[in-house]
Design a binder for this molecule. Structure first.
Ligand code: LMR
Length: 398
């Protein structure tokens, strides 16, 4: 048995952590995985999460309240994505289930897509989070790509993106990162989202938003949902994956949600029953603690305000590290332009470093990042930013 099983290829993101951990050097930097750290390089438990944990510690979860807790959580997630006073919520035009964070949410959607549109494909931005390719592949849904990023400007390749959306067959599925695009840190602006939404209407495409970083682009959770709100205003139906890993720091709790905005409540009921059927055969049901934690924060005005402040603190730190990194690189009189360090947003700086330069940073400076040159700004602190800038300068100078 099992003699034919070969070693699986390494995951491009998690393997960075493994390589980092096996490096015996005391001074080393892990800029691989996107997981927030404070300025001392330590993981953070948000105060709002601590308080919510205390608040729910004596609440007894009865068999009869489990289902209500989960459907309340889904409604809270949809409100967060679509807006508090969205007609989607008022009219019950959504179907959703709690999911194992963003990955689980994407996977459930991919399974759902295959069941009901077996011949469809999912168009992914190029580049995108590496796991998107794996999720849709394992769900046996073909993937296509659309152009997104311009490596020369290190910004958006808007016209090419528009052309690819226009040239895709009508009624195609497209995955978007509504904010803080992973890995590029490059997002369309308001007018560009409007234009994308307009073309979607003409082409009758279906948008699926993977929102793993709501709040982490601008520091404002409402503002980061702009793309979704534009699509809703324009009357689209859409799908959404949400994760509370980054914006609530609930990484290991694995709390997320997949939801689908539907035509009416009748359609929503049918879609929900099918999502539940997929869940039932995969892992039966979702633990209730994470949803309860999130709903407690979102429904308590003080805790919600505290959460929003804490998101802002994280984002301000990421931005200040971008500013210092750029300034330090510029002071080193490098001939390259470093404007994009501060133009890009969110957790990642997509540096444009080549795989050779990435290897050199790892070998000579013990700085670890994904092979595509993505730097997790979450691992950059006031005490290592100089070291990082000098190392980048060393490997990029002519
Ligand atoms: C990342 O891109 O580093 C994060 O989304 C974490 C992960 O699981 O890949």
């Amino acid at each position: 048995w099992w003699d034919h099983v070969q070693q699986a290829p390494k995951d491009p993101i998690t393997s960075v952590t493994q390589a980092f951990l096996s490096d015996p050097t005391p001074f080393k930097l892990n800029l691989g995985v996107g997981a927030y750290r404070d300025d001392k390089g330590k993981p953070v438990t948000l105060e709002c999460v601590r308080r919510a944990t205390e608040k729910i510690s004596d609440c007894e979860i009865l068999e009869s309240t489990k289902a209500t807790t989960k459907s309340k959580f889904v409604q809270d997630c949809v409100k967060l994505a679509c807006g508090n006073d969205s007609s989607v919520v008022r009219e019950g035009r959504f179907a959703g289930v709690p999911a194992l964070s963003g990955t689980g949410a994407c996977r459930l959607f991919a399974e759902f897509q295959r069941r009901f549109y077996p011949d469809s494909q999912m168009f992914l931005p190029m580049p995108t989070w590496s796991n998107h390719h794996d999720i849709w592949r394992d769900s046996q849904v073909c993937t296509g790509t659309y152009r997104y990023y311009n490596p020369y400007s290190k910004g958006l390749r808007f016209q090419a993106l528009v052309n690819d959306i226009k040239n895709a067959p009508d009624r195609s599925f497209f995955l978007f990162h509504p904010c803080a695009h992973n890995p590029t840190g490059v997002d369309p602006n308001y007018e560009q989202w409007k234009e994308i939404s307009h073309i979607f209407k003409i082409k009758n495409h279906f948008p699926f938003f993977d929102m793993a970083y709501q709040g982490i682009a601008s520091g404002d959770v409402e503002r980061d949902a702009t793309a979704i709100r534009i699509f809703l205003e324009d009357g689209h139906l859409l799908g959404c994956a949400q994760s509370f890993s980054k914006n609530m720091g609930l990484y290991e709790h694995r709390v997320g949600c997949v939801s689908i905005v539907s035509r009416d409540d009748k359609q929503a009921t049918a879609i929900k029953s099918q999502l539940q059927r997929i869940v039932r055969a995969m892992y039966s049901s979702f633990p209730v603690h994470g949803p309860l934690l999130v709903s407690t924060i979102l429904n308590d005005a003080d805790l919600k305000a505290l959460w929003e402040e804490e998101v802002k603190v994280m984002v301000d730190r990421l931005i200040s590290m971008r500013v210092t990194l750029r300034q330090t690189l510029e002071e080193l009189n490098s001939s390259s332009s470093w404007e994009h360090v501060t133009k890009q947003v969110g957790m990642f700086y997509f540096s444009g470093l080549s795989p050779e330069e990435v290897n050199q940073l790892q070998r000579d400076f013990h700085i670890y990042m994904t092979n595509d040159g993505r730097i997790s700004m979450a691992g950059v602190t006031s005490s290592n930013v100089d070291y990082l800038a000098n190392a980048i300068h060393e490997v990029t100078k002519e």
